[in-house]
Design a protein around this ligand. Structure first.
Ligand code: FE2
Length: 247
């Protein structure tokens, strides 16, 4: 490859990553409901960064398998299970909020589809640090400090038995840490802690076993280095606007 071709390829690749980032965020917004009536299938959102972008905290091999195999399979099986059910006409919020009325294949694969779609956006190669502004204030109000919140989240993630997810949600106008089993999520009508998800962490072994083996604790501590607080804060702001009638 000559120098000019190399530069051109690099620019195209970078533009692709930026474009897929916007596509992914727009897609998450769309799958949550805005264009439900125009949908003919559920589309797996693009990964908003390269497979190796979160190294050394999440390795390329795990990320590729997780996105291209696990998430892709949930998406495919969700679409298969959704055929003939009328679900394509409904928003994700409606589906999750009435999940007890659907077959288990919709609950498991629809949950897997949505949870991973959210999860990719919760992380960024330029993530880490801590939140600022109104999200920081809310965390300090409801947990006492960022450190206390992280300790509670870490303990919940570490102690979750088997496969599932750890969440920071808004429940009754308060920030709460909770967990769900399998591919359930806090939007579902079957879970104990229902609420609006701000942050989530996949603690299925498929998310970390290749790199961390049985050391889930290392995976959890690495996660904080890539959390995309800008995205999490944006979710909090969007929720506030909806709940105060501003937007
Ligand atoms: Fe996963």
């Amino acid at each position: 490859m000559d120098k000019r071709t190399f530069i051109k390829s690099g620019l195209l690749g970078f533009a692709g990553i930026i474009a897929s980032s916007f596509t992914a965020r727009g897609m998450v917004s769309r799958i949550l409901g805005k264009n439900a009536k125009r949908r003919s299938e559920f589309i797996q959102p693009g990964l908003p960064y390269a497979f190796d972008a979160l190294e050394p905290y999440i390795d390329r091999e795990s990320m590729e398998l997780h996105y291209a195999k696990h998430h892709a399979t949930y998406t495919q099986k969700f679409n298969e299970a959704a055929k003939g059910t009328g679900i394509f006409e409904k928003s994700i919020r409606e589906i999750m909020g009435n999940i007890s009325n659907y077959p288990l294949a919709i609950r498991n694969n629809g949950g897997g589809y949505l949870n991973h779609s959210l999860f990719w956006n919760m992380m960024s190669p330029v993530g880490g640090g801590s939140p600022s502004g109104i999200l920081r204030d809310a965390i300090e109000r409801d947990f006492g400090s960022q450190e206390a919140f992280m300790n509670e989240f870490n303990t919940a993630a570490q102690n979750l038995f088997g496969s599932g997810w750890t969440w920071l949600i808004i429940k009754d106008n308060k920030l709460v840490v909770t967990t769900t089993q399998n591919q359930d999520n806090p939007l579902m009508d079957v879970v104990a802690d229902k609420g609006f998800p701000l942050l989530c962490l996949d603690v299925w072994e498929h998310a970390y076993y290749m790199k961390n083996q049985n050391r889930r604790k290392d995976y959890i501590s690495g996660f904080w280095n890539v959390v995309n607080w800008d995205y999490v804060s944006q979710r909090y702001t969007n929720w506030q606007k909806r709940n105060t009638g501003i937007a």
